[in-house]
Write a protein that binds this ligand. Structure first.
Ligand SMILES: [Zn+2]
Length: 295
């Protein structure tokens, strides 16, 4: 088989997500900022033979470079590895369009902090743009919409961020209206999840709410901010209808810890002291992938 054929024969991201949905497992979405992070995610996915989504927020992709991250992903895709690239949390229509133009597999237009109708309008605009390009380029471009604020950034927080409470959780009714209006491919609700890692303990995920939303909308659901949530909570959330789970903060903590360990010796070779960061990150990615896939 020619290498090119392999790419064409690979399942699309949506097919992998739907397959995960059917089997009550979830696909791991891991954020990276550099090639070491990429290496950690890819090595773990390869070892477990699982599809994986690489996420880069607006700041992460500007640090690494859009062309650079695309090239890294393309190399793995050519080898036949089911790795997909997501433009994580993109806060404007303009930046979302750029992600479509840059051949990302999926883009998250994040209007969660905006009033409902403003969020709907901007999400619709991105969906329209993505559909036109998908058709013209004959490829799949998924758009994920967000409803219900869950905080922003991937850091260690003293407490639950302002503006996030049980009241800001997404209702099944709003979810249904949002999905029907925008025609997004993937939907990220607010169900007790919080971006970042809360020192005082993560709030419990609202499993009942996930079930209600699952019933109300017909597209796959995405859980953001799953760093710090207990294994049991994540397992229940997947059982209730989550098909993609995002992890970032725990990876950042592991990476930093690893590099610090590497730097604490007289070692001068970056491929040795940085390797410690990769190893620590891999431990998290592997553990999460096992958890998401019931392995
Ligand atoms: Zn997120």
């Amino acid at each position: 088989m020619k290498r090119r054929d392999k790419i064409i024969l690979m399942k699309t991201l949506l097919e992998y997500v739907k397959d995960a949905e059917k089997r009550h497992v979830a696909i791991g979405h891991f954020n990276i900022s550099d090639s070491e992070g990429f290496k950690a995610v890819i090595e773990s996915a390869k070892e477990l033979n699982l599809p994986v989504i690489i996420g880069v927020s607006e700041k992460e992709r500007s640090f690494l470079g859009v062309a650079e991250i695309r090239a890294l992903v393309a190399v793995e895709k050519e080898k036949g590895l089911p790795v997909f690239l997501n433009a994580d949390h993109t806060y404007s229509v303009v930046a979302s369009r750029e992600a479509v133009d840059h051949n990302f597999d999926s883009v998250i237009i994040d209007g969660a902090e905006k009033p409902f109708f403003e969020n709907v309008m901007m999400t619709k605009e991105v969906v329209k743009y993505a559909r036109e390009h998908a058709e013209a380029d004959r490829r799949e471009i998924l758009v994920e919409g967000e409803l219900g604020f869950i905080g922003s950034g991937s850091k260690i927080l003293d407490d639950i961020p302002d503006g996030v409470s049980e009241k800001t959780q997404t209702t099944a009714e709003d979810a249904k209206m949002f999905v029907e209006e925008t025609m997004v491919d993937l939907f990220a609700p607010s169900v007790g999840n919080v971006h970042g890692l809360v020192k005082t303990g993560e709030p419990k995920l609202n499993i009942e709410r996930i079930k209600e939303i699952r019933k109300a909308v017909s597209i796959p659901l995405v859980l953001h901010g799953a760093s710090g949530n207990s294994d049991e909570d994540i397992r229940e959330a997947i059982k209730a209808g989550i098909s993609i789970v995002h992890i970032n903060t725990e990876l950042r903590i592991a990476y930093k810890k690893g590099i610090e360990k590497g730097m604490s010796t007289d070692e001068l070779a970056p491929y040795k002291f940085m390797a410690e960061g990769v190893e620590e990150m891999k431990k998290i990615v592997t553990a999460k992938l096992k958890l998401f896939n019931g392995l």
